[in-house]
Design a binder for this molecule. Structure first.
Ligand code: ZN
Length: 392
């Protein structure tokens, strides 16, 4: 009898473990990264030919957070490598998410709670990542390192401009080649320790988002409690990042942080995923004058694909946001910043960028401008702003 009880108990525990470690993360992923069901988009020959000639670049995807096989075409979420290749993507920035408050919203959050801990455990991340934000960033970077190592040259992590130039060159002969750049969504993986900037650099991170949804050691989030500027630590951290030629992303930072970083440096800055306030007046979109100030210093604005920032997440609505961005900051400073797999809902996925090309054409944007905003601006930006290996 005891034996039977032990066997039954064991079976129940095993089923529970399978549930926790396989079913639950997949369900959470599918529920949080939604593509609105739709008939396949019909792309007219003109748009299809133009799209096939583009080098698409996207400034923000959180794919590395989720436990799906990036080498498979998945039935859930927004992206994986096959879908990005089908979408014509030449350059994808992958961002690591390391802490995210429960009840996350665009107005006011504390850093007291964290939903990533449960996800890290349920997705069987290394034990050190259960408690260390730095370990979470390192783990997500290493997922990309493994993909690079297994890719036989078809996935390259660009760590400096020379690598990026070589990869673009190689892509002329192999259109499947995907260039990637590592970014952080918030600099809290520093855990208050400046030397961890070097740690992130060594893991391949080149784009550092200072904030996510809560005020951190560096200063105020756009969605925190304080709306404060940079702390002393934040100021030192920004200086050290700039000294290492890391690029700073101010998406999710408070107005005050944006203004202070602008005042600290002439180096070009990024807002990787956003809408345009004058076009969609929500808290998540920073004031137009700050966008213009970033553009004036050579910066780049990545237009997101989800409804909270575009006020209309249809392909037409996203295209209209891109045009609003061009009108506000000039065509040279606009890029794509999908926020794919960033717990958002979109109307198209990573394999369907062509529908955006079609909508931009329909709205009267020139082919030359479409080329710039869908990829060439971002490619030029990283060629100019990634570390220069010849500087030693
Ligand atoms: Zn974000």
């Amino acid at each position: 009898m005891l034996r039977v009880i032990v066997i039954v108990l064991g079976a129940v525990l095993a089923l529970a473990a399978v549930g926790l470690f396989r079913v639950v993360p997949a369900r959470v992923d599918a529920a949080m990264n939604v593509v609105q069901p739709h008939e396949p988009y019909e792309i007219a020959p003109g748009a299809r030919d133009l799209h096939a000639s583009l080098r698409v670049a996207d400034l923000h995807s959180d794919m590395l957070l989720w436990m799906r096989d990036p080498e498979d075409w998945n039935g859930r979420g927004h992206t994986d490598l096959p879908r990005l290749r089908a979408g014509g993507v030449a350059l994808q920035v992958f961002s690591s998410v390391t802490k995210s408050p429960s009840g996350q919203n665009y107005d006011s959050n504390t850093g007291d709670s964290d939903r990533i801990t449960g996800l890290a455990i349920a997705q069987r991340w290394p034990v050190d990542s259960w408690t260390s934000l730095f370990a979470r960033a390192r783990y997500q970077a290493r997922r990309l390192h493994r993909l690079e190592a297994r890719s036989d040259g078809a996935l390259v992590i660009a760590r400096d401009r020379q690598q990026m130039e070589q990869a673009l060159d190689a892509r002329e002969r192999n259109s499947e080649l995907l260039i990637t750049i590592l970014a952080t969504e918030g600099a809290h993986p520093l855990e208050g320790d400046l030397s961890k900037i070097d740690g992130l650099y060594d893991e391949g991170y080149r784009l550092i988002g200072l904030h996510h949804f809560f005020d951190n050691e560096l200063g105020g989030s756009l969605h925190g409690l304080s709306n404060a500027g940079l702390t002393e630590f934040g100021r030192e951290a920004v200086e050290r990042m700039l000294a290492r030629d890391m690029i700073i992303d101010l998406a999710h930072s408070s107005y005050a942080v944006v203004e202070e970083v602008l005042a600290m440096t002439d180096r070009p800055l990024i807002i990787s995923h956003t809408g345009i306030y004058g076009h969609c007046q929500v808290r998540r979109n920073i004031p137009d004058r700050l966008m213009q100030a970033i553009a004036a210093e050579g910066g780049l604005i990545g237009v997101g694909f989800w409804g909270d920032v575009t006020c209309d997440d249809t392909p037409r609505g996203v295209a209209e946001t891109i045009i609003a961005a061009v009108e506000l900051v000039g065509v040279e400073h606009v890029a794509l910043g999908s926020d794919f797999d960033g717990t958002v809902t979109t109307t198209f996925d990573g394999s369907e960028f062509a529908v955006l090309t079609q909508e931009l054409l329909a709205l009267g944007m020139s082919e030359a401008d479409i080329r710039l905003v869908t990829g060439e601006n971002a490619i030029r930006f990283f060629l100019e702003n990634l570390p220069d290996a010849s500087n030693g």
